[in-house]
Structures are given as structure tokens and as C-alpha cells.
Design a protein around this ligand. Structure first.
Ligand code: NDP
Length: 287
């Protein structure tokens, strides 16, 4: 009797709406696979309840939680400390609770980078980044911290692109410039990595970002943040032109792996997590 333990380690997520978020299935499959007695509770937390939810997590001695829309910026006021990237990005999607202290991290960009590093070392490379929303911002900052040479940020709303380019220039050693997105975007010669960080392609395998496909070059890495369906039309077109496609499943899996490393100090099995998501998304060809 005495060596039995009926108390699970608690982790989870605060967002609203939360019903479509598959992270719980991905992480709990990996907890089970590793034989870790931990739970990941997917909580619907409305904006006005965020403070109470955070206090509750501390009171129940959760070891950490993710926060997604609409809490990524609002949660910062309840934290004791911010990791460097989260401070620069100005958004937190992963909070660690240790001895009652709350530390904010941003694992979106780190997840992307871990996925990217499986195919290319970004240091010294030239990047063409489509989009200037939250995902693009996190990716741009991490790429800057990873020492890319230059990032061109392209967005329909050019002011948002300039904000991200300035963040990179001011906070990292990398250079960055902004461009308005007019018509089919042309990828500059000498680009090593092209990234779609817009929402184009989410839930629509035929949707296509407005890019001049003839300006893609053989051997380039072409990445997409869209996790579902993972093999977007942009990635299929890029693969046909001899580029190396990188799907958004890897980003999603790796940000989960990194979050659990921060909470538990354990590295979960990325393969189990990826297969769980593929089963959920019904994706057989994720490249
Ligand atoms: P935001 O709403 O913050 O930003 C959306 C971006 O997409 C904006 O730059 C917007 O441009 C651009 N955009 C939307 N529609 C078009 C279009 N038709 N043509 C050109 N640009 C367009 O969203 P997020 O940055 O938070 O998320 C973007 C995507 O990233 C989502 O689909 C999400 O699923 C994915 N994501 C994936 C993750 C993963 O782990 N794989 C993690 C986080 C996000 P404008 O500013 O001009 O409106």
C-alpha cells in the first residue's frame, strides 16, 4: 500500500474555444508511451476567467500549462518571469510553475526551429517569410536568435511586416526587411528557406498562397506552418520543383516536446506524437 501513488502530475491548456485543439491527445499518448503518470487537461477558459484559472493551476500544483487564443498576451501580467524569446515576441504560449513561480516561454517558434533543424542549419541562411501574424512573429524572432543572415518579411498589411522586421533587427544579430505582398510574391534569388506562416491552407488542401512558383529554386527548403492538412498545396508544388518540403506537423509536435521538457524535464517520443496527430487529421502523406 505505502508505495502506491494515486496522484498524477498535472499539465494542460487554457484557451477558448478549445474543442478543436488536439494537443491533449498528442501529449497524453506520449505520456502513456513513456509510462509517465501525468495528465494534460484541455480547459475552456474565457478571457475574464484567465486570472482565476492561473491561480487555480498554482493552487492545484500543476507543473505548467499552455495558453492559446485569446490568452497569449494577457497571461503575461500574471507571470513572475519571461524567457528571452517570449519577452521579444511579447507573447507566451507555455508557462512553467516551479515553487509557485510562473515563468513564461514561447514554444511556437522553438517548435518550428527544431523541425527546421532536422533538414537545415539556419545559421547564416537567407529566409523569405510569408505572413506577419503571431506564428510569423515567433518564427522570425527564433530565426534571428538562431543567427540567420537575413529575413524578408512579406505581408498584405506591410506595417505588420515592418514591425516584425524591426523586432528582428533590434533584438538579434540578424538583418531583416519588410515588403508589401502584392500579387504573386517572387522569391528572391539566393533564398535558402521559404516559409508560409499565413493561415492559407488551413483545412483546405487546395488553397494556395500567392507565390510565383517559378521563382522557387531546386534544393530550397520550403516550410509551411499549416498542420492540417499537413501536405499543403504549396508544399506539393514545391516538392515537384525539387525543393525540400517541411510540414507544420513537425512544428506542432516539437512545441509539445519542448513544453513537456520545460515542465517535467523529460523528452517525449516525437514519433508517437506525430502518429497520433496523423491519425486524428487522417493524413497519410505528410512528407
Ligand atoms: P494570425 O491571424 O495572427 O496571422 C495570420 C497571417 O496570415 C497574417 O499575416 C495575415 O495577413 C495572413 N493571411 C491570412 N490570409 C491571407 C491570404 N489570403 N493571403 C495572404 N496572407 C494571408 O494567425 P497566426 O499567425 O496565429 O497563425 C497562422 C497560421 O499558423 C494558422 O493557420 C495556424 O494554424 C498556424 N500555426 C501553426 C502552428 C503549428 O504548430 N504548426 C502553431 C501556431 C500557428 P494580414 O496581416 O495581411 O491579414
Amino acid at each position: 500500500m505505502s508505495n502506491q501513488n494515486f496522484r498524477s502530475i498535472l499539465t494542460g491548456s487554457f484557451s477558448t474555444p478549445c474543442t478543436d485543439n488536439p494537443t491533449v491527445a498528442m501529449i497524453e499518448a506520449a505520456y502513456r508511451h513513456a509510462g509517465i503518470d501525468a495528465r494534460y487537461i484541455n480547459c475552456d477558459v474565457k478571457a475574464g476567467n484567465l486570472a482565476a484559472a492561473v491561480r487555480g493551476a498554482v493552487a492545484m500544483e500543476w507543473v505548467g500549462f499552455n495558453c492559446s487564443l485569446p490568452h497569449k498576451v494577457a497571461v503575461i501580467e500574471y507571470l513572475d518571469e519571461l524567457a528571452e524569446a517570449a519577452r521579444i515576441i511579447g507573447a507566451v504560449n507555455c508557462v512553467t510553475i516551479r515553487d509557485g513561480r510562473l515563468v513564461g516561454n514561447n514554444t511556437d517558434g522553438k517548435g518550428f526551429l527544431a523541425s527546421l533543424r532536422e533538414v537545415i542549419d539556419p545559421a547564416g541562411k537567407k529566409v523569405f517569410l510569408l505572413g506577419a501574424g503571431g506564428a510569423a512573429r515567433a518564427i522570425a524572432v527564433e530565426l534571428g536568435l538562431a543567427g540567420v543572415a537575413h529575413i524578408t518579411v512579406v505581408n498584405r498589411d506591410p506595417a505588420k511586416a515592418e514591425t516584425i522586421a524591426a523586432l528582428v533587427r533590434d533584438n538579434t544579430k540578424s538583418d531583416a526587411t519588410a515588403r508589401p505582398w502584392v500579387g504573386n510574391a517572387r522569391v528572391p534569388e539566393g533564398t535558402d528557406i521559404v516559409i508560409n506562416a499565413t493561415s492559407v491552407g488551413l483545412g483546405d488542401a487546395d488553397a494556395m498562397v500567392e507565390v510565383d512558383l517559378d521563382t522557387l529554386a531546386k534544393g530550397q527548403v520550403v516550410a509551411d506552418v499549416i498542420p492540417n492538412p499537413p501536405m499543403t498545396r504549396f508544399l506539393r508544388e514545391a516538392r515537384q520543383r525539387g525543393c525540400t518540403p517541411l510540414d507544420g506537423l513537425g512544428m506542432l509536435v516539437n512545441q509539445g516536446v519542448i513544453g513537456v521538457e520545460l515542465w517535467l524535464g523529460t523528452t517525449l517520443d516525437a514519433g508517437v506524437m506525430k502518429q497520433t496527430l496523423r491519425d486524428i487529421f487522417g493524413a497519410s502523406d505528410a512528407g
